[in-house]
Ligand binder design. Structure first.
Ligand code: FEO
Length: 405
């Protein structure tokens, strides 16, 4: 049951798609699936770069054994231990008892913690900027701590020009047989899921991503392939990839526009959000999107909020507090380190209206490095004429702010 793809005459893709998984990390929906990428480099010594999730283990082992065709596996390079990659490495170690393991010291610690049986294998600990010659191959190791775990490293194999980048440059969605950037319509089919993956999985570590990008830039003339652990392999348009990652790592918006996220129990806060959206459109804004925080998964809202410059939060009050799904979204914003955004706030309640104060306080004190536009609108139960005027004024303030950015 093998299914592999050739990257060069000696380097092969041995990973695969998971279309059955409902929640990645048991939290993020993956309706379009996800791929677990692994790479096998054949030669006088055969080297495997990372492994796959347990769910794809059987095919993965078949892929390796098919390509080895009776030869042995000599080395495994573990760039990232997290079980969506590391789980099947345990089985590789059992099936190839003489295989040597190359990883950072922390990766070996994590392999121990996850119960990998590594003690019978030769363990080669590598540090940042170490090089290692294996047969005709030359490996260079670049640590990338916190992209996305602390043990992570990237490995540049100089004879093929393949850079194995762990979770960096990864994406949600299955590959469906295609593996290269020039085999897909990236902006149509992958960009949204790449953004959603980036901001929800590694977005918090923008500083570390930026440092990795800088380091790759220094090796740019040697890098022919970017081989991540999820998503497509880049061989044609690497500059596009680096540019978009550079933007994302700095939380720079891709578009001037507004995302309006609303929390509404009986439709009145929703109505205020719709009214604001219409007012923005009447004033000429073309990038306006609305999300019901109770309906749309947080990972989707987060990705859209990261894409645009302005975020409007409209929430009813609930138990003297922010409506829980909206409060949860704010915690996610804090968790991913959202910054460089301009917020506006609408609140609603029938008595003891609190959500606006609490949302603004949370944005200012917990999320940080964002602006809040003056002119919060307080809806008392439902919209009336005076509130419609206030919403139009808020729309005007947003448009002015968008045009200033
Ligand atoms: Fe795809 Fe951090 O594991």
């Amino acid at each position: 049951m093998h299914c592999t793809r050739k990257i060069t005459d000696e380097l092969y893709y041995v990973g695969g798609d998971d279309r059955r998984l409902t929640l990645f990390e048991n939290i993020h929906p993956v309706p379009l699936g996800v791929s677990y990428n692994s790479y096998l480099l054949l030669g006088s010594k055969n080297i495997l770069f990372d492994a796959v999730d347990w769910s794809y283990c059987r095919n993965f082992l078949d892929n390796i054994s098919y390509l080895l065709d009776g030869r042995t596996l000599d080395y495994v390079v573990v760039n990232h231990v997290e079980p969506d990659h590391g789980a099947s490495m345990e089985e590789v170690l059992l099936r190839y008892p003489d295989v040597k393991i190359i990883a950072t010291e922390r990766a070996f610690l994590f392999m121990h913690q996850f119960g990998f049986d590594i003690d019978s294998h030769e363990q080669i600990i590598v540090k940042n900027e170490d090089s290692l010659k294996i047969g005709e191959r030359e490996l260079k190791f670049i640590t990338a701590s916190m992209v996305h775990w602390p043990e992570v490293m990237c490995t540049l194999e100089l004879t093929t020009g393949a850079m194995f980048t762990a979770d960096a440059f990864g994406s949600f969605r299955s590959l469906d047989g295609r593996i290269f950037d020039d085999e897909v319509n990236y902006e149509r089919d992958f960009l949204d899921e790449s953004r959603r993956y980036y901001f929800n999985i590694v977005g918090k570590y923008g500083v570390q991503v930026a440092a990795l990008l800088k380091r790759i830039e220094e090796e740019r003339d040697k890098v022919r392939f970017i081989c991540p652990l999820h998503g497509i392999v880049w061989r044609s348009n690497l500059e596009y990839l680096f540019n978009i990652y550079d933007k994302w790592s700095r939380y720079e918006s891709e578009e001037k526009g507004a995302v309006i996220v609303y929390a509404s129990m009986y439709g009145n806060t929703e109505n205020a959000a719709f009214f604001l959206a219409s007012s923005l459109c009447e004033k000429g804004m073309t990038s306006v999107r609305l999300f019901d925080v109770s309906k749309t998964d947080a990972s989707v809202i987060i990705a859209e909020c990261c894409r645009v410059s302005h975020i409007v939060l409209a929430s009813c009050t609930y138990n003297f507090a922010i409506y829980p799904p909206m409060e949860s979204l704010l915690h996610h914003f804090k968790g991913i380190g959202l910054k460089n955004k301009t917020f506006a706030v609408i609140e609603n309640g029938t008595w003891a209206i609190k959500s606006g104060d609490l949302m603004e306080k949370y944005i200012a004190e917990e999320i940080k490095n964002n602006e809040i536009i003056d002119g919060r609108v307080t809806v008392v139960s439902s919209l009336d004429k005076s509130k419609e005027e206030e919403l139009k004024q808020l729309a005007e303030s947003i448009v002015v702010s968008v045009n200033r950015k």
